[in-house]
Design a protein around this ligand. Structure first.
Ligand code: GAL
Length: 663
């Protein structure tokens, strides 16, 4: 992959005739598309009958694209096994949690754990990598497409066997499992691994351990499938490998990207939720630190299918999205899709070109992106995204725990996005980091909404604190064991021991009339909460009203050069929002964060680091324009003029880049 900024689109040449392809190549060049992603649903074109392989169409296309200056991300076609694989073979198909067996059609209809699927997937991957892996036009690979996007844990007979194998490996003996899961409860007690059910339909809820472990099993298996494909491709191709994922899917992204070469995501967030768009860049940057991630799919205008459509972006927003992605660490910004689908189930979806070859409503915006890309490319390529000083830990494992124990329909994604939005709106540069990420270089660490915190994480966070970091833990964090049971030594187990802050009791504070006071603000409290003793010299937030009046819901304790802050409950409503902002503000000041601006809400500052200088990309995301205070003299890199300290106005969807020399 070259050191350049990619601007691309998903392309399905196998669906069109030669005349259209000819036109596409011409128009792609005109538009400034320099990369396409092809092949991810084309299994039946590549292997129309079992063992009859033909990649000549794709090889020719890749070569033609390359001659026209357009490079290719080649995909394995495994989300759509052809009819020869599925017909008459219900045992190879995906089975949902109600026991419904999928038939042929749509996509992700087969079980990715079935041995014959694995065998055929390995074979098509190998043949494809042999045919295309050495072509100079192939600059990258994408495995499959959006693993576990439409489906989640499969409940087929194959998965049942593998589940038992997985449990045996994890627990060794059935007695260990019985003990860890507490299976004497409701007479669940198993005599052998073969008897452990999948979380199939049941009159009431399954054992929490069973539900959570089945999700972790499924997440591990899909990462294993990805690893298998990647290892095959590497035998024939040096091009880097990725997968287009999301925080919305049933995958553990940290595991998934562990053995891949670069990270990518798909997002279709609309302008009303631009924070849900931005969160991806702040997270994906950290799955493969130091390597640019890609926005592999986003719509040039609006997402849609036969059953629904979203609102088209206002003109100008797409450019703001692209600017934000590139500034926050993306090496590629790609659309779904180039030419509107003629058939299938996604004809209404926004595209760059219509099915009849005319520019769509989004086309002018795509041209704007291209103009921006050319302008900022030299700046982006000579700088790197600045490491944040504030980190929020993101955990897909926590997503599984919260899926099992969702209290009142809590979703990890929503909880973490709301938490993120707050920090974003406060103008603080931030990293979302996976659980295993290094804590080096951070000053302030937030660990909210992670029911099970591993020993490894706690040990590293403790060290971070001893070296001077401030660690803010909770709400909802630490109350469950690795098996998704309740601790029996202390409410929060090892976390409580390490923090040195004793939990008196835990209970749901919602609707109890509980009011807490902290940082000059009183607010109602909610969510499953931990209550701490007061009068210990550690109180920060005290419960003024409610069942635990006089006790604490925020406590802090120094350790080494830093401190641990236990956030035991969730401040709610507008007052709660203010309290949380005051809390973040308080500890940001204490941690002496420097990557913070007074940028107005709806506009962002993405800092990048060059040698001896820093660049701020200032981008208006909400279309209302905004402002930020420039701390000292800089240079506007577009106009090459001096920017004096003081208030700088940013127009609607405007993107400015300002360089500050460091001395
Ligand atoms: C993605 C998928 C694409 C297309 C797109 C439509 O989930 O990867 O193939 O379906 O959504 O928004």
């Amino acid at each position: 992959m070259e050191n350049k900024l990619y601007h691309g689109a998903a392309y399905y040449p196998e669906l069109w005739d030669e005349k259209v392809i000819e036109e596409d190549l011409k128009l792609m060049k005109q538009t400034g598309i320099n990369v396409v992603r092809i092949g991810e649903f084309a299994w039946s074109t590549m292997e129309p009958e079992e063992d009859i392989f033909d990649f000549s169409f794709f090889v020719k296309i890749i070569e033609r694209l390359y001659e026209n200056g357009i490079e290719t991300v080649m995909c394995t076609p495994t989300p759509t096994p052809p009819i020869w694989f599925t017909h008459g073979h219900p045992e190879r198909m995906y089975v949902d949690s109600d026991g419904k067996v999928m038939g042929h059609g749509s996509r992700q209809h087969a079980c990715t754990n079935h041995p014959y699927l694995r065998e055929r997937a390995a074979l098509i991957t190998e043949q494809l990598a042999k045919a295309a892996g050495g072509l100079p036009g192939v600059i990258g690979w994408q495995l499959d497409n959006e693993f576990k996007c439409h489906v989640n844990q499969c409940m087929c007979e194959t998965c049942k066997e593998l589940w038992h194998e997985w449990l045996r490996k994890r627990y060794g003996t059935i007695e260990n499992l019985n003990d860890a899961w507490g299976t004497k409860i409701w007479s669940e007690y198993y005599l052998s691994f073969e008897q452990v059910p999948q979380p199939e339909p049941a009159p009431f809820l399954h054992n929490s351990s069973l539900s959570t472990m089945y999700q972790l099993f499924s997440m591990e298996k899909i990462a294993e499938f990805a690893d298998e494909q990647a290892a095959i491709i590497r035998k024939f191709s040096a091009a880097p490998i990725t997968h287009n994922s999301s925080i919305a899917f049933g995958v553990d992204n940290e595991k998934l990207f562990n053995n891949l070469d670069f990270a990518s995501f798909d997002t279709y967030a609309s302008i009303d939720d631009y924070a849900a768009y931005l969160i991806n860049s702040d997270l994906w940057r950290n799955f493969k630190p130091g390597t640019p991630f890609w926005v592999m799919e986003t719509s040039p205008s609006y997402a849609a299918s036969l059953k629904s459509y979203a609102s088209p972006h206002p003109n100008g927003y797409l450019k703001a999205e692209a600017a934000a992605a590139y500034a926050l660490g993306s090496g590629g910004f790609c659309y779904w899709l180039w030419r509107q689908q003629r058939a299938g189930c996604e004809q209404p979806h926004g595209s760059v070109l219509s099915a009849w070859g005319k520019p769509t409503v989004g086309y002018a915006n795509v041209l704007e992106v291209e103009e921006l890309r050319k302008k900022i490319e030299p700046i982006i390529l000579s700088t790197k995204p600045a490491q944040a000083e504030l980190a929020i830990t993101y955990s897909d494992r926590a997503k599984a725990f919260l899926e099992t124990e969702s209290h009142r329909k809590l979703k990890h994604r929503g909880l973490i996005t709301d938490f993120y939005k707050r920090i974003l709106s406060m103008g603080i540069h931030r990293d979302l980091i996976p659980e295993g990420a290094s804590l080096e270089g951070y000053k302030l660490l937030f660990t909210p909404f992670i029911p099970y915190l591993s020993e490894d994480y706690i040990t590293r966070a403790k060290k971070f604190v001893e070296n001077g970091g401030i660690w803010i833990v909770g709400p909802l964090t630490g109350g469950r064991t690795e098996h998704h049971t309740v601790h029996t030594d202390r409410a929060l187990g090892q976390l409580e021991e390490v923090s040195g802050i004793e939990v008196l009791y835990t209970y749901p504070m919602d609707d109890t009339g509980s009011i807490g006071r902290a940082f000059d603000q009183s607010a109602p409290l909610g969510l499953w909460s931990s209550v701490f003793e007061t009068g210990t010299g550690h109180d920060v937030g005290v419960i003024e009203e409610g069942l635990s009046q006089g006790k604490a819901f925020i406590s802090e304790k120094s350790h080494g050069f830093g401190k641990i802050v236990m956030l035991g409950s969730m401040p709610l409503g507008e007052a709660g929002e203010l309290m949380l902002q005051n809390l973040i503000d308080h500890y940001s000041n204490e941690a002496d964060l420097s990557l913070r601006t007074d940028v107005s809400s709806g506009t962002i500052v993405a800092p990048r680091q060059g040698e001896g200088y820093r660049v701020w990309f200032i981008i208006n995301m909400d279309g209302n324009g905004g402002s930020v205070t420039i701390p000292h003299q800089g240079i506007d890199l577009e106009t090459n003029s001096l920017v004096e300290p003081g208030k700088l106005e940013i127009g609607r969807f405007e993107c400015k880049s300002i360089r500050f020399n460091e001395n």
